[in-house]
Design a binder for this molecule. Structure first.
Ligand SMILES: *Cc1c(COP(=O)(O)O)cnc(C)c1O
Length: 368
């Protein structure tokens, strides 16, 4: 028997979350963001759930080609654009829309004569200070772009620095002022802005993390009222049980001391599986359907849980590390990170399966 750890991917949850985005930003088209191999879920595994998206957005040219090979005919957006001149050929061959965030990328497009014009998203740095033309230079960048033969339609985009904690109006104002005289579709919203900033929805939204059921803030509490479903369950089993007397300690560093006699379950999951080593005592976990907590330090292949609330649990009991009952952000937050990172960092050695039952698009739309 293989080690009992496994991840299950729920494509139907992605489909559900995408419908929620479509209802929330009803007037906008949706770029489904599937960079980083669909935030660790596997592009091929969740692809069947993306039928209602209007476009797919990602970073890697290889991933863009994979999406075309899967049969996707609608737009594909490269969120960082091209990296070197030969990428422009790939973009042309696969009809990719490219982000243009700097003059060097305009130069690369100027140097080619594609048979069909390439659609671009011209990116403004409205305050994130990562990629994009500054507001004062934006109109000039647009004029340069519109004079380049290889460039077809020009959409306008920007990205928020803190859509997750509230204040984004200043960035929207920067964007609106600098694009006042320019035609083209607008795209501003990541997941947080989709949920909480309708003013930013515009023509196209770009949700990533909420498609997978994780919180845009990294805090599970912030999405409590939102009916998102977890697209990944990480589960394992108890492979050992210890009964401790009061005063005994558990694991490396002896970081947890039993306050009283207690049963401890040893779970086949550790940081080499992608569970965060920094998750402290108290991080929630589900054993035999009951919510309890991890105790002691997470080791490479194992972690230990308090079996006090589930006295019937023993060897073989099912454990949910994260999923529908323990949100990935409930694990991430006490470990000092965000759900995004845990999902993307699921380890290679964890076997992954896909839920067979994927509701048809029609039935999801009907129930939406
Ligand atoms: C990753 C990314 C998104 C999606 O962000 P989420 O917070 O996951 O919704 C949107 N736009 C750009 C440019 C991105 O890089």
């Amino acid at each position: 028997m293989p080690r009992p750890i496994a991840a299950r991917i729920h494509a139907d949850a992605v489909r559900h979350n995408l419908q929620l985005v479509k209802r929330t930003a009803a007037a906008s088209r949706v770029w489904a963001v599937i960079k980083a191999n669909a935030y660790g879920h596997g592009i091929e595994r969740i692809y069947p759930a993306l039928g209602n998206a209007d476009g797919i957005a990602l970073l890697d040219l290889d991933e863009a080609v994979r999406v075309r090979e899967l049969g996707w005919t609608k737009p594909v957006l490269l969120l960082e654009g091209v990296f070197e001149p030969k990428d422009v050929e790939t973009a042309e061959r696969h009809r990719l829309t490219v982000t243009v965030h700097c003059d060097d990328q305009l130069d690369m497009l100027k140097a080619v004569r594609p048979s069909e014009r390439i659609g671009v998203q011209l990116k403004m740095n409205s305050g994130m200070n990562r990629l994009g033309f500054r507001p004062a230079d934006f109109e000039h960048a647009w004029e340069r772009a519109s004079a380049i033969d290889a460039i077809g339609s020009i959409g306008l985009m920007s990205h928020f620095a803190n859509a997750d904690d509230g204040a984004i109006d200043w960035q929207i104002d920067e964007f609106d002022a600098a694009t006042r005289n320019l035609p083209g579709t607008r795209s501003l919203s990541n997941s947080a802005a989709v949920l909480w900033h309708p003013r930013a929805h515009r023509d196209w939204v770009r949700p990533g993390t909420i498609l997978y059921g994780a919180s845009p803030t990294g805090c599970a509490r912030h999405i409590e009222g939102v009916s998102l479903r977890a697209a990944m369950t990480l589960e394992s089993r108890i492979i050992g049980v210890q009964t401790l007397a009061a005063g005994e300690t558990i694991g490396y560093g002896r970081s947890y001391t039993a306050e009283r006699a207690m049963r401890i379950g040893v779970v086949a999951c550790g940081y080499a599986d992608g569970y965060p080593r920094h998750a402290p005592t108290g991080t929630p976990v589900i054993v035999d359907g009951v919510r309890t907590r991890i105790v002691g330090r997470v080791s490479m292949d194992m972690l230990t849980v308090d079996l006090t609330p589930c006295p019937a649990a023993g060897i073989g009991s099912a454990v949910e590390l994260w999923g529908e009952r323990v949100k990935v952000d409930e694990v991430a937050e006490p470990a000092g990170t965000i759900g995004y990172e845990l999902l993307c960092a699921l380890a290679q050695r964890v076997p992954v399966s896909v839920d067979a039952a994927v509701a048809s698009e029609e039935s999801e739309t009907a129930s939406a």
